[in-house]
Write a protein that binds this ligand. Structure first.
Ligand code: HEC
Length: 109
């Protein structure tokens, strides 16, 4: 039981340390690889959307982030918004941060 207690403390300490590790600068270059694989088929290589995909899913695919905060956009990336899938399960938190940094750089933000 003593051992278990120590393990619990160690796990708790690790969980506390994670947001700090998570706060490191997002890596837009690493995000490009994620974008090219997961996002460009809908949003286009340049973020300006994809006409064929728009006809197929009947939704706007040109990226527009004006006035939205990083928090709102990261939430959207994690949870999705029909017809866009959520990436919480298929991407790591770091990948989501990175792909968001890359998306912003695409739009000159
Ligand atoms: C199946 C096609 C599809 C895929 C794949 C997709 N998206 Fe989207 N995405 C959409 C659509 C459609 C919207 C618009 C939703 C709305 O507001 O109606 C959207 C909205 C967004 C928005 C919000 C801004 C805006 O223009 O409304 C961001 C940011 C975004 N997508 C980024 C991404 C990123 C980054 C990826 C890859 C990790 C991705 N999307 C993958 C279809 C897609």
């Amino acid at each position: 039981m003593r051992f278990l207690g120590k393990t619990t403390v160690a796990v708790a300490a690790l969980m506390l340390a994670m947001p700090i590790a998570h706060a490191r600068a997002a890596d837009a270059a690493a995000g490009k690889a994620v974008y090219d694989k997961k996002c460009q088929n809908c949003h286009g290589a340049d973020g300006k959307g994809d006409a064929k995909m728009e006809a197929k899913i009947k939704a706007r695919t040109k990226l527009e982030i004006d006035g939205k905060s990083d928090e709102e956009m990261l939430k959207l990336l994690k949870e999705g918004k029909k017809p866009m899938p959520g990436y919480e399960k298929s991407l790591s938190a770091a990948d989501i941060d990175n792909v968001w940094a890359y998306t912003k750089s695409l739009l000159g933000k």
